[in-house]
Design a protein around this ligand. Structure first.
Ligand SMILES: NC(=O)C1=CN([C@@H]2O[C@H](COP(=O)(O)OP(=O)(O)OC[C@H]3O[C@@H](n4cnc5c(N)ncnc54)[C@H](OP(=O)(O)O)[C@@H]3O)[C@@H](O)[C@H]2O)C=CC1
Ligand SMILES: O=C(O)[C@@H]1CCC=N1
Length: 268
């Protein structure tokens, strides 16, 4: 991180994902003066920080983080061509955009790390998977990992082909969990609870269960069994949720496949 503090970090695109990561880094002590953000419509939050906003780029930043939508890449990436083929590491979080695409625009001598983070990075609880191109050496991967570990866990992939599945599980995954919270709260309202109480119960249940799953020595299957008294209420609910044709596994399998397929399509 000292490298990033000294040479600077450029963030291209500060929307939902870029701002989630930037929030995590600023909260973790990255000086705002070492960050330059390029974004056409900065949010109020971004304006309230002391980062360099839409100014000239530093000559030799340690890292350029690319966090624009895949569809915007054609417009956005050429702006950074001058930083290619040098010692600046490009770190991309864009779904579906391959390492080869970056090499085509920035030059094959550009070190590039492709990453798939998720929005819990905003509270230091993200998880990011990374894979580098041939030019990205051990020091580049270590730098990417050091930066990303400031906002959560980091895992290294064995091959770029794994990225579509990772995107479908952990990149998009928070949306599935938020939807579970919405649906659980709505079901509680149907059973007579107030919307406020139902939402409080749903959020705390998902948050607490996630933490228990991460911290417990028991695996999630055993933790599920621990909740399920024989002939009790949980067993009645699980009979619905574990139905082979209409239950969670069948539904999530279809949802995750749809996301992975879309990730492949975005690669063009
Ligand atoms: N959201 C998520 O949970 C995750 C997203 N990602 C990836 O992160 C990337 C960004 O996604 P997300 O944050 O959701 O999208 P957003 O639309 O919220 O953010 C993209 C930002 O880039 C800005 N932008 C558009 N064009 C340019 C440009 N030419 N130069 C600089 N900035 C530009 C947009 O401005 P404006 O809105 O004004 O056009 C916007 O602020 C995507 O590639 C996505 O695949 C990866 C993991 C998780
Ligand atoms: O929905 C998307 O395409 C991005 C990638 C993963 C999460 N959000």
């Amino acid at each position: 991180m000292e490298n990033v503090k000294a040479r600077g970090l450029v963030l291209l695109g500060c929307g939902k994902m870029g701002s989630a990561m930037l929030k995590g880094w600023l909260a973790g002590g990255l000086p705002p003066g070492s960050v330059t953000v390029l974004d056409p419509h900065p949010s109020d939050w971004l304006r309230s920080t002391s980062v360099h906003l839409n100014t000239d780029l530093p000559k030799d930043p340690a890292i350029v983080l690319v966090a624009v939508k895949p569809q915007m890449m054609g417009d956005a990436l050429p702006k950074l061509q001058a930083l290619g083929n040098g010692t600046t590491l490009f770190l991309s979080v864009a779904a579906g955009i391959t390492l080869a695409t970056y090499e085509t625009v920035l030059g094959a001598d550009t070190p590039v790390v492709r990453a798939m983070p998720n929005t819990p990075a905003a509270v230091g609880r993200g998880i990011t998977a990374i894979i580098g191109n041939a030019k990205a050496g051990a020091a580049d991967l270590d730098l990417a990992e050091a930066l990303l570990s400031a906002v959560g866990q980091v895992v290294r992939l064995e091959g770029e082909a794994q990225m579509d599945a990772v995107t479908a599980v952990s990149g998009s995954g928070p949306a599935y969990v938020f939807h579970l919270i919405e649906a659980l709260a709505a079901a509680g309202v149907e059973q007579g609870l107030s919307p406020e109480l139902a939402m409080q119960l749903a959020k705390a249940t998902v948050g607490g269960s996630g933490q228990l799953a991460e911290e417990s020595d028991e695996d999630p299957a055993q933790l599920r069994v621990n909740v399920t008294s024989p002939g009790g209420t949980t067993a009645a609910a699980l009979a619905v949720l574990m139905d082979e044709e209409t239950g969670f596994p069948a539904l999530l399998s279809k949802a995750v496949k749809a996301a992975a397929d879309r990730s492949k399509e975005l690669a063009g």
